[in-house]
Design a protein around this ligand. Structure first.
Ligand code: GDP
Ligand code: MG
Length: 170
């Protein structure tokens, strides 16, 4: 028996954290050094086959800028999953990620599968956010946490597989 699941997934996080790059890596296996910043939001879809289910992700890649904040609920409302992305070289982006988590905890779907992605893990020499700190934060807030690099592809597929694994089965 194979479950077929459609899952709306939203990416949230500071501008420049690497949301679009993570999606591009996952959907097309590509990386751009000069990824253009997203205007409003962009839509992608990608299907993952697991042993017990086929998950079709309907992915909303949001812009992240404050001036688009009022649009965010359109993308996270009704979403089955969210990836909140920060850049490990920016404490500011980590603070912004926490704000998104708070907003989702208040306004989002209570059963939402939430992942915290510390992106740009390839830039270890510029790291500002300790793995331990983010890990503790994630545990305290019921998120799962992973460090990723859209550039090297480290843990990018893994984050989507882990979300797929955690989605409720029909
Ligand atoms: P967004 O605003 O969150 O969508 O961020 P983008 O995906 O547009 O990425 C912003 C910039 O960071 C771009 O220049 C990307 O090439 C770069 N970038 C994204 N992910 C990574 C990564 O994992 N490692 C490195 N070194 N650069 C990255
Ligand atoms: Mg973008």
């Amino acid at each position: 028996k194979n479950n077929s699941i459609n899952a709306k997934l939203v990416l949230l996080g500071d501008m420049g954290a690497g949301k679009s790059s993570l999606v591009l890596r996952f959907v097309k296996g590509q990386f751009l050094e000069f990824q253009e910043s997203t205007i409003g939001a962009a839509f992608f879809s990608q299907t993952l086959a697991l042993s017990d289910a086929t998950v079709k992700f309907e992915i909303w890649d949001t812009a992240g800028q404050e001036r688009y904040h009022s649009l965010a609920p359109m993308y996270y409302r009704g979403a089955a999953a969210a990836i909140i992305v920060y850049d490990i070289t920016s404490t500011e982006s980590f603070e912004r990620a926490k704000k998104w988590v708070q907003e989702l905890q208040k306004q989002g779907n209570p059963n939402m599968v939430m992942a915290l992605a510390g992106n740009k893990a390839d830039l270890e020499e510029k790291r500002k956010v300790a793995t331990e700190e983010a890990c503790t934060y994630a545990e305290e807030n019921g998120l799962f946490f992973i460090e990723t690099s859209a550039k090297t592809a480290i843990n990018v597929n893994d984050i989507f597989y882990e979300i797929a694994r955690r989605l409720p089965r029909a």
